[in-house]
Ligand binder design. Structure first.
Ligand code: OSB
Ligand code: MG
Length: 368
C-alpha cells in the first residue's frame, strides 16, 4: 500500500441539538477530514480533536499542524505492507494520538478498499450488526432530560448514558430512575470530580447503574483505583486510557472494570485492537465511545465494534441525532431492535456526499 497524497479539509457542521458535558456546551463541531490517496484508491479518516482542548489536550489546530509538518512527511511516498504498520512508524512523534489516528484510520480504509473487503473484516471483526446506545447531554431542566430519554428509549436504543457534573448528578439519576425504572442506564462525568467526592459518588450505587464513566482527572489511574475500591458500581475509563500501556496499568491497579475505546483517543485502529485484546485477556469488557463524529468517523466506529470483546452497547447512534443532513447518504440508521447493520461494501462502506463536504469546508491543504 503506497501512500501518494494526503488531503486535509477543515469542516464545520452544526449539531441538530446542542451537546453539553461537564466541560461545556457545543452547538457545532469543527474537525479535520483526512483523505489518503494511493494507487488509484482513496481512504478516509475523521480526526476527533475538537476546536478546544477541553476533552483532550489536542485541538483541530494542533492536529492540522502535526499531520502537515510531521505525520505526512513520514508516511508520504512510503509503501506499507499492512496498515497495522502505520502507528509504529509514527512512534518518534510523542502524543498527538488523535492526529495520528486520523491518518492511520484513513490508511485502514484505503487498504480495505484496495482488498475489496469491508473494514470490519480487515480489522478481524466477526459481527454483522452492533448494539447501539445513546449519550444524552446535560439539559436545561430535568423535564427536558426526561423528554429526550423518552424519545431515545422509544427509538429502541439499548442503553442510555447521561452526562453528569456537580449539581446535576445524584438528583438527575434519581429523577431518571423514577421515570424509567428498568432502562439500562449509565453516567459519564468527564473528569468532573476528585477523590474528595467519593462518598457523594457512592450514593449513586443504589440506582443499579451499568457503570460510572471517567469520574476523576483525565489522566489519572491511581485515584480511580482508590475510588473503585469504595464503589459497588463499576468504573469505566475513557479519557485516562491513552493506549495499551495505560489500559494495562488501569487493569492491573483495579482502576476500572470496563474500558471505553475510542480509536481517535488511542492512536487509531491498530492500538484500539491492542487495547481490546489486553482487556479481553483480563476479562474486562470494552465498548465503543463516540466523539460526535459525522457518518464518516461513525462508520469507522461501527466496523471496529464488530470485534468480539465489544460486549456492551456503544455511543454510536443514528446520523439524525447529530447532523441533518449527515455527510453520508444513506445516513446511519438504528433499527427498532437497537442495532446498526455493519456496512458490507469495501472499506468503511458508506457513500460520502461531496457537495455537503464542500459546503462545510473552511480550509484545505494538499500534502504530497
Ligand atoms: O466523553 O464520551 C464522551 C462526546 C464528545 C466528547 C466526549 C464524549 C462525548 C459523548 C458523545 O459522550 C458520544 C457520541 O454520541 O458521539
Ligand atoms: Mg466519556
Amino acid at each position: 500500500m503506497l501512500i501518494e497524497r494526503i488531503e486535509l479539509r477543515l469542516l464545520r457542521l452544526p449539531l441538530v441539538h446542542f451537546f453539553e458535558t461537564s466541560f461545556g456546551r457545543v452547538h457545532d463541531r469543527t474537525f479535520i477530514l483526512v483523505s489518503v490517496h494511493g494507487e488509484g484508491a482513496v481512504g478516509l479518516g475523521e480526526c476527533v480533536a475538537d476546536a478546544d482542548p477541553f476533552y483532550s489536550a489536542e485541538t483541530t489546530t494542533t492536529a492540522w499542524h502535526i499531520i502537515g509538518e510531521f505525520i505526512a512527511p513520514v508516511v508520504l511516498r512510503r509503501t506499507f505492507a499492512h496498515p497495522k504498520e502505520v502507528f509504529g512508524a509514527l512512534a518518534a512523534i510523542r502524543g498527538h494520538r488523535m492526529a495520528k489516528a486520523a491518518v492511520e484510520m484513513a490508511a485502514w480504509d484505503l487498504y480495505a478498499r484496495q482488498q475489496g473487503v469491508p473494514l470490519s473484516r480487515a480489522l478481524g471483526g466477526t459481527r454483522a450488526a452492533i448494539e447501539s446506545g445513546v449519550s444524552v447531554g446535560i439539559q436545561d431542566s430535568l423535564e427536558q432530560l426526561a423528554a429526550r430519554i423518552e424519545t431515545e428509549v422509544a427509538a429502541g436504543y439499548r442503553r442510555i448514558k447521561i452526562k453528569i457534573k456537580p449539581g446535576w448528578d445524584v438528583n438527575a439519576v434519581e429523577f431518571v430512575r423514577g421515570r424509567f425504572d428498568a432502562v439500562p442506564l449509565m453516567v459519564d462525568a468527564n473528569a468532573a470530580y476528585t477523590l474528595a467526592d467519593a462518598a457523594h459518588l457512592a450514593s449513586l450505587d443504589r440506582f443499579a447503574l451499568m457503570m460510572i464513566e471517567q469520574p476523576l482527572e483525565y489522566d489519572d489511574i491511581r485515584d480511580h483505583a482508590a475510588l473503585q475500591r469504595t464503589l459497588n458500581t463499576a468504573i469505566c475509563l475513557d479519557e485516562s486510557i491513552h493506549g495499551v500501556r495505560t489500559a494495562e496499568e488501569a487493569i492491573a491497579l483495579g482502576a476500572c472494570r470496563i474500558i471505553n475505546i475510542k480509536p481517535g483517543r488511542v492512536g487509531g485502529h491498530t492500538e484500539s485492537i491492542r487495547v481490546h485484546d489486553v482487556a479481553a485477556a483480563s476479562g474486562v469488557p470494552v465498548w465503543h465511545g463516540g466523539m460526535l463524529e459525522s457518518g464518516i468517523g461513525r462508520a469507522h466506529n461501527i466496523h471496529l465494534s464488530t470485534l468480539p470483546n465489544f460486549r456492551l452497547p456503544g455511543d454510536i447512534a443514528a446520523s439524525r441525532r447529530y447532523y441533518a443532513p449527515d455527510l453520508i447518504d444513506p445516513p446511519i440508521e438504528v433499527r427498532a431492535d437497537g442495532t446498526i447493520a455493519v456496512p458490507t461494501g469495501p472499506g468503511i462502506g458508506v457513500d460520502v456526499v461531496w457537495e455537503r463536504v464542500k459546503a462545510a469546508t473552511q480550509a484545505t491543504r494538499d500534502l504530497s
